[in-house]
Design a protein around this ligand. Structure first.
Ligand SMILES: C[S@@+](CC[C@H](N)C(=O)[O-])C[C@H]1O[C@@H](n2cnc3c(N)ncnc32)[C@H](O)[C@@H]1O
Ligand SMILES: Nc1nc2[nH]cc(C(=O)O)c2c(=O)[nH]1
Ligand code: SF4
Ligand SMILES: [Mg+2]
Length: 211
């Protein structure tokens, strides 16, 4: 299968439990919860997305003919060192494209594979670090993993109900929204103080000016 990739880059994982870790990001094109067009945002299933995932025209993006070609590009971003190789598959919705061939080829190249997914599609069982970020009003089928990262606040999501899902780590990430000031950070802090199984995830790459 070929893969449509919006962009690829070497950076630090900015969010969640793995924040601060050197990582190659592969941002797959396309999402099942929004077309990515601004004129569709108000009627989309996911309306707060902070990311451009349309097309394959970003830096490091393109159409990769097969898993070998994509993994060669990932490895080139990482460099020759084979220690602690870490790739984050994101998007868009990566589970629209991630398949057996890609997981096998990344593992063969020595990468630990993390995914950032909305959970409406089952995560590939070979992925080493599964981060799911549920969206209000969607049917989340992937209810187990390493990290549940809830963007907060979101109307019509009950965080207490999510505590019953099978995740090793529960995180609240402030909704990045123009004009919110510090209200969303404060809402996350309030919830962590009330429900100590949760902890705060900040988008540190945005603070640091990293991609
Ligand atoms: C752009 S999404 C791509 C992966 C996947 N489609 C998903 O939603 O998990 C990557 C992460 O950014 C989060 N995110 C998107 N928009 C955000 C925003 N405005 N504020 C905070 N987090 C946001 C998502 O919830 C997800 O955890
Ligand atoms: N540095 C950095 N960390 C991230 N963690 C999750 C991201 C994403 O967009 O999936 C992201 C991103 O876009 N950049
Ligand atoms: S599911 Fe993820 S990529 Fe898709 S629109 Fe929502 S935040 Fe953006
Ligand atoms: Mg992002």
């Amino acid at each position: 299968m070929s893969y449509a990739v919006k962009e690829m880059f070497l950076t630090l994982q900015g969010e969640g439990v793995q924040a601060g870790r050197r990582a190659v990001f592969v941002r797959f094109a396309g999402c099942n919860l929004w077309s990515g067009r601004e004129q569709d945002r108000a009627t989309a299933q996911c309306r707060f997305c902070d990311t451009d995932f349309v097309g394959t025209d970003g830096l490091g993006g393109g159409r990769f003919a097969d898993a070998a070609a994509l993994v060669a590009a990932v490895a080139a971003f990482w460099g020759l060192d084979r220690e602690r190789r870490f790739v984050v598959l994101t998007g868009g919705e990566p589970m629209l494209q991630v398949d057996d061939a890609l997981v096998a080829a990344l593992h063969a190249a020595g990468f630990m594979i993390a995914i950032e997914s909305n959970g409406t599609l089952a995560a590939h069982p070979g992925i080493d670090w599964v981060c799911i970020s549920p969206k209000a009003g969607t049917q989340v089928v992937q209810r187990r993993g390493d990290e549940l990262k809830l963007v907060w606040p979101q109307a019509a999501i009950d965080p207490v109900a999510l505590e019953a899902w099978d995740f090793a780590n529960l995180l609240l990430q402030p909704l990045d929204e123009a004009g919110a000031g510090s209200a969303h950070e404060q809402a996350c802090i309030d919830l962590v103080m009330a429900r100590p199984r949760w902890r705060l995830s900040l988008q540190t790459h945005k603070m640091l000016g990293l991609r």
